[in-house]
Design a protein around this ligand. Structure first.
Ligand SMILES: [Fe+2]
Ligand SMILES: [Fe+2]
Length: 273
């Protein structure tokens, strides 16, 4: 049972004049990635089939993620009646399949799989927080607020499991940090940009680098320091590094500077610049 449903959203307060068409492209991309989570739920069940309780939690988690997709889909269709979700999602899943028949984690260990899941929830919680704080349209803001709260809970769930499996697997901090960073970069590199391309209705062939640049050039400027600080802090925690320690603070400050420089570079390189 989720913490909210689509019926809890005050759809009547929708203000079409406040729809930002560029942010709407990000909403369409997020909507497809969220819908894809049911496949990840099955993947996690297969990987953790010998671990009591994990499969149940993974299925509840994926139901909540799919609900995020449904809320965002309904919003996207409200804001853009020409949005053809079925067509866009079919293109997305064809080009970005998930191996649900896997029997072993592609991260190499159970703890590593949970650290990778933590990285995803770090990304989504900070993403929806940044989106929530950037939009004027009240319905989308309400949806993003609800989703961001769910994503923080999901992080806590996977963090709990990461600590549990770490007790037996004993991965080094460096190994966990590499997994978290690697998973983070994967999302930024392909999944989100391909979803952005499919949702934008672009009929030109998919050029990964350009789609990635365009998508990230829209996304990264939404983040303020507190969003990055929160996301980096959660990532460090899942890798076993204290965010408030000297090392944690130094990493956060350096990443924020790098983040700002990279965002400016992308804005200059975007096809619409
Ligand atoms: Fe989600
Ligand atoms: Fe989540």
């Amino acid at each position: 049972m989720g913490h909210w449903t689509l019926d809890d959203i005050n759809w009547d307060s929708f203000e079409p004049d406040k729809v930002d068409t560029e942010l709407l492209k990000l909403v369409k991309a997020a909507c497809m990635i969220e819908h894809h989570s049911s496949a990840y739920g099955q993947y996690l069940c297969a990987i953790f089939n010998e671990e009591p309780g994990v499969c149940e939690d993974a299925l509840t988690w994926s139901e909540e993620e799919v609900q995020h997709g449904k809320a965002l889909r309904r919003y996207a269709e409200l804001a853009d009646p020409n949005f053809d979700f079925d067509d866009a999602f079919a293109r997305f899943t064809k080009g970005h399949p998930i191996d649900i028949s896997a029997e072993q984690s592609i991260r190499g260990s159970l703890c590593g799989e949970m650290v990778a899941r933590c990285a995803v929830e770090v990304g989504t919680s900070s993403y929806y927080s940044a989106l929530r704080d950037s939009i004027d349209e009240p319905v989308l803001r309400e949806i993003c607020r609800n989703i961001a709260a769910d994503e923080f809970r999901h992080f806590k769930l996977f963090y709990k499991y990461a600590k549990h499996f770490q007790e037996t697997e004993r991965l080094s901090r460096w190994a966990r940090f590499k997994i978290a960073l690697g998973r983070f970069l994967e999302t930024g590199d392909d999944e989100l940009s391909f979803a952005y391309y499919c949702g934008s209705g672009d009929t030109k062939p998919y050029v990964r680098k350009q789609a990635n640049t365009d998508c990230m050039a829209r996304t990264l400027p939404l983040y303020r320091f507190e969003h990055v600080q929160l996301g980096v802090g959660m990532s460090l925690k899942s890798a076993g590094i204290k965010p408030q320690g000297i090392l944690g603070k130094t990493i956060t400050r350096m990443l924020w500077i790098g983040f700002r420089l990279y965002a400016r570079h992308l804005q200059r390189a975007a096809s619409y610049a």
